[in-house]
Write a protein that binds this ligand. Structure first.
Ligand SMILES: Cc1cc2nc3c(=O)[nH]c(=O)nc-3n(C[C@H](O)[C@H](O)[C@H](O)COP(=O)(O)OP(=O)(O)OC[C@H]3O[C@@H](n4cnc5c(N)ncnc54)[C@H](O)[C@@H]3O)c2cc1C
Length: 557
């Protein structure tokens, strides 16, 4: 390979490709010497493969002389040079923190001399050299952000932009930080050419196409996670100190604290890190973020932090059962595998409640949404939308959607918002000419074809019904606990949330997070009486680790 590829065009100053000195930094001579101590020097012949896209065990390489060539694979599987890694620079990205597949291929360039640091040694490097670790972590995160922003080194998703499954697949990849390009077959002029090139018809959409022309037709989340290499193999012989069920704020906090304090930790997460918070467009009341932070950004950082400390994150893996008679405890994963653990943190949170309206199921994913992020906002730009609910999540959604939509209708069963919503949101809603609150109202009819087209609500006092042309309905009416997988092992309250902090006779126990079984703890929204906030979930997840230490090592103060 000769010559270096042109730098990709940065989108703006926040684009990692515009911040080359942070995204592709050059280490100082002192740092290069420090890295050398963790690896071996090699002088590979030009073109020697160093790692391939799809490989789970890629090592870390630092260039001393010459260069390393980084390639992405196109849909046909052909390599395209993305960039050169020059002396003092290094390869790597987030896959070095877990056992997921590398997104790019690397080959030795001309006259290359490199330091290869193997995975186990790379972990030691991160924990022993904090200054270098900071530079590497920042670069890895920025590289992934750049790939996502430019759709580089990922897959192609083709499908109708408003389709429920197209949205589901997008959400799954977005929330798991996987780069993709969307070909919206409803609006993109290249769609017909793409479909004929791959021999596809419209009724087979959506499809995900991986390099090498591997086509997945409307894949479920599990199938997709498998194909993208997000699923990591589980070791049936290992006994973990802590297994965390749920990767929302509470579970991620437990993982960060447990792993950083030396406990072997695994997190199981059905969908993607972040939980309910991961679906929030902007969290404004989390300490330390005065201008707010999106739930996804918060979750991404927490995930990287947990992995940096050595926690394993098993994404797209659902815990389907608990054998609480076994010691160590045995968790059943996806109904087919098992993992053994000495203690468990239940952080499985809650899921959205639905409206009881005929035809509701028909429009789920085809106009009914449970989150208001930039992705949903794009779909309802310039149109009227309805938000159902009187809590903070409904208020945030209304304020956020009012920016781009024509008008937002808030449908609430109570007499107003003041009793159920934070005052700052109530004030913003009251002062917006683009938001109307409909008190004492409930949704009574949903109409449409393939997509939702009309929404009706009825005033419960007068019986008067209003119908509007609305294609996006945001349902934010609270949540039900995710506790069915516990199979009767733990004491629950009348609504199915986990009782904590007292024994069967009501006597107070050593920690507010102890459940009715020793060694099993519950934190966050799934816990009976919990405050349903990001900060409280994070607080509970961090504090519970002290109780876990006491349980695992009872004699130690
Ligand atoms: C749209 C929206 C906006 C919000 N905005 C704010 C805000 O601005 N400020 C604020 O403080 N709070 C906000 N909240 C509330 C906050 O997000 C929740 O209180 C918080 O996410 C609870 O965290 P958690 O970890 O306890 O549970 P969750 O966030 O519910 O996470 C639980 C996780 O467990 C996983 N899971 C469940 N069962 C299993 C299983 N069997 N196996 C594996 N994984 C499983 C789920 O997929 C999920 O990811 C908002 C909520 C929503 C929905």
């Amino acid at each position: 390979m000769t010559g270096s590829p042109p730098d990709p065009e940065p989108l703006d100053s926040a684009d990692p490709w515009a911040r080359q000195e942070q995204t592709f930094p050059t280490l100082s001579d002192e740092m290069i010497s420090a890295v050398r101590a963790f690896g071996q020097e090699e002088a590979p012949a030009p073109g020697t493969p160093l790692f391939e896209r799809g490989q789970r065990t890629a090592d870390f390489f630092l260039v001393l002389q010459g260069n390393i060539e980084i390639f992405e694979l196109d849909l046909a599987g052909a390599p395209h040079l993305l960039r050169l890694i020059n002396p003092g620079q290094f390869t790597g990205e987030l896959y070095l923190l877990n056992e997921r597949q590398a997104l790019v291929t690397a080959r030795a360039g001309v006259a290359a001399r490199v330091v290869r640091v193997r995975r186990a040694d790379f972990r030691r490097l991160l924990s022993s050299e904090p200054d270098i670790a900071e530079i590497l972590m920042r670069a890895f995160i920025l590289r992934r952000v750049g790939y996502i922003l430019h759709g580089t080194a990922g897959v192609e998703l083709a499908g109708p932009g408003h389709g429920g499954d197209t949205l589901r697949i997008q959400q799954f990849m977005r929330r798991n930080g996987y780069p993709y390009r969307l070909l919206d077959t409803e609006s993109d002029t290249d769609a017909a050419g793409f479909l004929s090139c791959f021999g596809l018809s419209e009724d087979q959409l959506p499809v995900v196409v991986l390099p090498g022309k591997v086509i997945l037709r409307n894949p479920g989340n599990g199938e997709l996670a498998d194909a993208l290499g997000l699923i990591e193999a589980l070791d049936p012989d290992k006994v973990y100190d802590v297994a965390v069920v749920g990767g929302g704020p509470a579970g991620l906090a437990a993982a960060v604290y447990a792993a950083s304090e030396g406990l072997s930790t695994i997190v199981f997460e059905s969908i993607a890190p972040g939980g309910q918070a991961g679906t929030s467009s902007k969290i404004e009341n989390y300490l330390g973020f005065p201008t707010g932070i999106s739930g996804q950004a918060l979750a991404g950082r927490a995930q990287n932090q947990a992995q940096k400390f050595g926690a394993r994150l098993a994404i797209a893996r659902t815990v389907t059962g608990l054998d609480c008679a076994a010691q160590p405890y045995r968790l059943e994963i996806d109904g087919r595998e098992a993992v053994r653990t000495r203690s468990i943190v239940v952080a499985s949170g809650a899921r959205y409640r639905k409206l009881e309206v005929e035809t509701y199921d028909r429009f789920e994913g085809h106009g009914i949404h449970y989150a208001a992020t930039a992705m949903e906002a794009r779909l309802c730009g310039g149109q009227e939308v309805a938000v159902v609910g009187g809590g903070n999540s409904a208020g945030q959604a209304a304020v956020f959607l009012a920016r781009g939509s024509l008008h937002v209708h808030i449908i609430v069963r109570g007499s107003g918002l003041a009793a159920t919503m934070s005052d700052y949101l109530v004030q913003r809603i009251a002062s917006s000419s683009k938001i109307t609150v409909h008190p004492h109202a409930e949704i009574t009819r949903l109409e449409g074809d393939r997509l939702l087209r009309e929404v009706s609500w009825t005033d419960r006092r007068t019986g008067a019904t209003e119908t509007r042309a609305i294609s996006s309905l945001f349902v934010m009416i609270g949540a039900l606990p995710n506790t069915e997988w516990l199979g009767g092992c733990l004491a629950l309250d009348a609504k199915g949330f986990i009782r904590t902090g007292s024994d069967a006779e009501g006597r107070a126990l050593s920690s507010p997070f102890v459940t009715s079984r020793p060694g099993i703890f519950a934190v966050g929204d799934v816990r009976s009486g919990s405050v349903k906030r990001v900060a409280s979930g994070v607080g509970e997840g961090s504090v519970v680790v002290q109780a876990i230490h006491q349980y695992l090592n009872p004699g130690v103060a």
